[in-house]
Ligand binder design. Structure first.
Ligand SMILES: [Zn+2]
Length: 82
């Protein structure tokens, strides 16, 4: 699991950036957002919630059955200080 995280940090620059931002406290987490208004059931179950980097599902979502392929994306949740 730790090996997998290390490999992912190395192979996925966007993910590495999220991890850095998260550790720096710049973001609370990363939301998984469906690009389509009618996502497939697999994506529907995973989107619209926030993940910490180590728990973030990889894109494209495994098992996504959208006809045009998975179009989900990440959206960092920025911490708002009042
Ligand atoms: Zn998808």
């Amino acid at each position: 699991m730790a090996d997998d995280l290390a490999r992912r940090l190395r192979d996925d620059p966007e993910f590495a950036r999220f991890q850095t931002m998260y550790l720096d406290g710049g973001i609370d987490g990363i939301a998984l957002v469906a690009a389509d208004s009618d996502p497939c059931p697999t994506c529907l179950g995973l989107t619209d919630r926030s993940y910490i980097p180590s728990g973030l599902p990889r894109l494209p979502i495994a098992g996504c059955s959208a006809p045009g392929g998975c179009r989900c994306r990440y959206e960092p949740n920025v911490t708002v200080y009042e």
